[in-house]
Design a protein around this ligand. Structure first.
Ligand code: SF4
Length: 310
């Protein structure tokens, strides 16, 4: 087996999970949704088909190798570049991870398949599940999340309620706020009512801090986001921006490599991913931190974004 990781990436800094080792178990943009705010671009395979997209044994072997080499992380996070519950072996994967490490397992999911009892059972052994809810009714769900035709808003909420009733671990629900789409008062009242039904342990508010699939997805100002948080639920918090000092050594090294690479030549997101072995989802996190620090900037050339360093 090659030393290069095929299914694991990071550990990378996560605003919600600390230092997070990502596990990517479905092909790029294989998803049940096509969210307008998706930072990975448009969904190329919108599907409900559950199957063994990548061999569970290979993913576990890769993880074992990293653990033997002294991996440190706050969470092992199953997620990545599509919807991970589409992988029919996710239950075996979680069990396998639990056998070889005590690092908590998180599942980063859009939550749309929890209406299926087998998906709830598959995820039961995870320590924390992080699903999404960005709408309070079918019309907004269609606009923001552009679901597969068999996934309805009611099905999503029913699935999340069933998960809450059966699942012993933590459920941290994320609401992604987009101005002019889901932040007017009637919509917020509906989202709050759905949250009341679902009863998640925490609610996290997010907004578009990175480039998204569609133009016009606008970031919400922090004070407005705080006001929305107060309106939605008592356990609702705005996800704080990532603090670089929390990254740890592995993340620092990736940032330094990225910076020296960008000093030598401008790179697109794809260039960064291939050079550093990151998936786009995580490459943008490093780029975002460096951009906020003023160490790099981006330029648009013939419709393509390039990153440069001083
Ligand atoms: S944001 Fe997540 S759920 Fe939405 S399209 Fe992208 S990968 Fe799928």
């Amino acid at each position: 087996m090659s030393d290069r990781n095929q299914y694991l990436y990071g550990p990378v800094p996560s605003r919600r999970l600390g230092l997070s080792l990502g596990v990517d178990i479905v092909p790029f943009k294989t998803c049940t949704l096509d969210c307008i705010y998706c930072q990975l671009g448009k969904t190329t395979c919108k599907t409900l088909q559950r199957k063994e997209y990548v061999p569970v044994g290979d993913v576990l072997a890769e993880l074992k190798r990293l653990l033997d080499a002294g991996l440190q992380a706050d969470h092992i996070t199953i997620g990545g570049s599509g919807e991970p519950t589409l992988h029919s072996g996710i239950g075996r994967l979680i069990e396998g991870i639990k056998k070889i490490t005590s690092i908590p397992v998180a599942v980063l999911t859009n939550g749309t398949l929890f209406y299926l009892p087998e998906v709830r059972a598959d995820c039961a052994a995870a320590d924390v599940i992080l699903p999404s809810l960005d709408a309070g009714d079918q019309q907004t769900f269609d606009m923001v999340n552009r679901p597969h035709r068999e996934i309805t808003f009611d099905r999503l909420v029913e699935g999340l309620c069933a998960l809450k009733n059966e699942y012993p671990g933590q459920i941290w629900l994320e609401v992604f706020c987009i101005d002019h789409f889901n932040t007017d008062n009637p919509q917020l009242v509906k989202i709050a009512s759905a949250i009341k039904k679902i009863r998640p342990d925490k609610v996290h508010l997010n907004t578009a801090v990175r480039p998204t699939a569609e133009q016009g997805v606008e970031k919400i100002a922090p004070d407005k986001l705080q006001a929305i948080a107060r309106q939605l639920a008592t356990n609702c918090e705005v996800i704080a921006d990532f603090v670089p000092s929390r990254c740890g050594k592995a993340a620092d090294e990736i940032s330094q490599t990225l910076l020296s690479m960008l000093k030598r030549r401008p790179c697109s997101l794809n260039d960064v991913c291939s050079a550093l072995g990151l998936i786009p989802n995580d490459a943008v996190k490093y780029l975002d931190v460096l951009e906020k620090q003023g160490a790099i900037w981006s330029e648009n050339k013939q419709g393509k974004t390039f990153f440069k360093a001083h």
